[in-house]
Design a protein around this ligand. Sequence first.
Ligand code: ADP
Ligand code: ZN
Ligand code: ZN
Length: 802
Amino acid sequence: MIAQVIVDVSAYPVDRPFDYLVPQNMEQLIEAGCRVKVPFGHRDVLGFVVGFVDETDVPQNKLKQVSKLLDIEPVITEEMLAMSKWMTHKTLCYEIDALQVMLPSALRAKYEKNVQLLVELNQIDPQLAAQFGQKTVVPYKKFENAQLLEVLKSSIKKQQLQTVTVVKQQGKMKSVRKFEVQDDAQQLQTINEQLSNRAKKQKQAIEWLSNHIGERFTPQELLKQAGISASVLKAIAELGVGRFIDEETYRDPFSHEVGHTKALQLTEEQSTALSDITTTMNQQKATTFLLHGVTGSGKTEVYLQAIQKTINEGKEAIVLVPEISLTPMMTERFRGRFGELVAVMHSGLSQGEKYDEWRKIQRGEVKVVVGARSAIFAPFTNVGLIILDEEHESTYKQEDTPRYHARDVAIWRSEFYNCPVILGSATPALESFARAQKGVYHLLSLKQRAKSQALPVVEIVDMRDELHKGNRSMFSISLAEAIRQRLERKEQMVLFLNRRGYSSFVLCRDCGTVVQCQNCDISLTYHRSSEKLRCHYCGYEEHVPTECPECQSEHIRFFGTGTQKIESEIYKVFPEARVIRMDVDTTRQKGAHERLLEDFGAGKADILLGTQMIAKGLDFPNITLVGVMSADTSLNLPDFRAAEKTYQLLTQVSGRAGRHELPGEVIIQTYTPEHYAIELAQAQIFEPFYDQEMTLRRRFAYPPYFYVVLIQISHEDVMKAAEYAGLASDFVRQNLSNQVQLIGPTAASISRIQNRYRYQCLIKYKREPQLNDVLKKLIKLYRTDWIKKGVLMTVDLDPSSF
Ligand code: ADP
Ligand code: ZN
Ligand code: ZN
């Protein structure tokens, strides 16, 4: 028996399975999709069995054996094997990378601790039965050594055993040692009566336990609740009062969140959308829906009811959200409706917890998975629905090998299972809306808010005028007035800073020097909590300088309007205001994000002040004002999607206002009110923005009119980086048709990260049948030759920015 194994050897130039001989004692257990350890070069590496063959070209004396089998039940399903083939083609990754990304990190390495088998034995021999019982848990190691297997086999031969069934693999579960009170009250009484009166503690214990027939307790619980000490417990266990068992439990960090909500009566628009979706479910057709609904139109309710139908049919649903830690309200709604049937794949979970969730999904113990990008690989085997909420978010694209987009994987899986995909957004990605226009996706529109509230009124404030009016505050006259009103009326508001959480840099007022990372071409950012400057690319840290490193001036200051600065400004202007600030600094602790939102929801603050992390998913009835401190920040990014992202962000935050009974108002402060992304965000109708942006994309040959490939090359030596970028672009130019546009090589927008100099080339094309082959050859060249010379190269077929 010969297994074909994809090995985990990074940067090996050849992407194909290798043949390994399966040792005899492994033959009965090994299956396609199992992880193995195999010798490769001078060491053992992890591998995935992808198939079996009878013959091999490898000469007998060269053929090596599988050294270890790591799984009894395959972790890679047939679907995943097929998906990995597709992904290697789609993203130009190697198969090993595709397989690895589908698994929880615990399974990406050698992970065999506590792997156990539950073996069901059908005994004939009473002695053996007494020894093992009907079911027995066997450490997997014993199987591997073939000892146990031999024992069992010979037992079958000797007719002591009839059958041996390996029921399932017990993953890494936490087992809790418990004392189980036996369930015969009569017998307990008898034991008690036979005890001498001097055994007072034992008698007391038995009396207490008599009221808890058949129940299980940890020794700690017994000590606390009934004062039964460990030694007493041991003694009475020996008398037969109960027994110790290892109860296996899943770690469930979310158990406290379970609640219950009922399905809402749908609006007409919602119910039309839902019925289109359920129709394709009934027809078992793979259809991709673009659910384009204004903020507050009740997209989530449509998801929930579509999921309900999926569950009713015995199928499973996958729900993706952009960043799960930032969307606690969203997750709560799924938990609220489906309770224990929901698994939440949260980045805050430990490796073990993630693995447990993964196993629950694999065993079908849950029906719904809510998670960020990687949850798209949830190992369900009967998928009935896939949802991407806020489908335009760039977090759905993985910026690391394999560079897949969750949207593509969703559509691939929907075709595998013949089920629908719902892409939901108030501001769809241009690519998606274009596909909907062409009829590739099925467009569903929700134009009204669910409770027929009006969309908020949006006012654009030109901050240049404020200066002319002599207002030097960071609050425009309009915004200040609006805040004052809300404080008086005891309504709540959101103030939004269009920035990532970190934004303060240190600048010398005398010479203009900005303190930079010594390894990267990027300014260091100030973190108040650690009182240090940190690089967000390499993690480098240093103390805040007291004088300028260039001119030694002492006039060196923090710069950039950070949330902290706005907070103190609010307190200055509105001393009575209560503020909750939400940014990377205040949400670093586990659960802090949820806690802050809870406090805000409970009315413990008037103002929620935050960065991009508050743009998503907030649904509080009392918010009547949203203020955007400065809309321009994201417009100035060197990114062809800058306008699109700005528009999306402004629409998102605006959508937080007036979602319930109270009407909402939005004030956007900007220095470029004439920019179309800002002007059109005011109208809150998507189509005009779409038209305008598409015109520009066509003019400059950007996606979605053109496809783009981004090749990035880095090297510690700037000359080498430039040289190999040149070689890469020559290679592409020589091998592709003259239909493609090749831009570069140029220095990347951040020209140095971690002391590596970075260059890039951009390929723009409409149709280029040769493209994949040429790029594969380039990658092979890189892997065989360039990599040894210290070059790093990445190829991205669908870059989200460049
Ligand atoms: P979206 O996800 O489109 O922004 P939500 O699903 O958050 O919108 O819905 C906005 C608000 O409207 C929520 O408070 C939700 O509970 C409520 N809602 C949604 N659908 C209905 C409905 N059919 N009837 C009443 N309220 C609804
Ligand atoms: Zn200086
Ligand atoms: Zn750095």
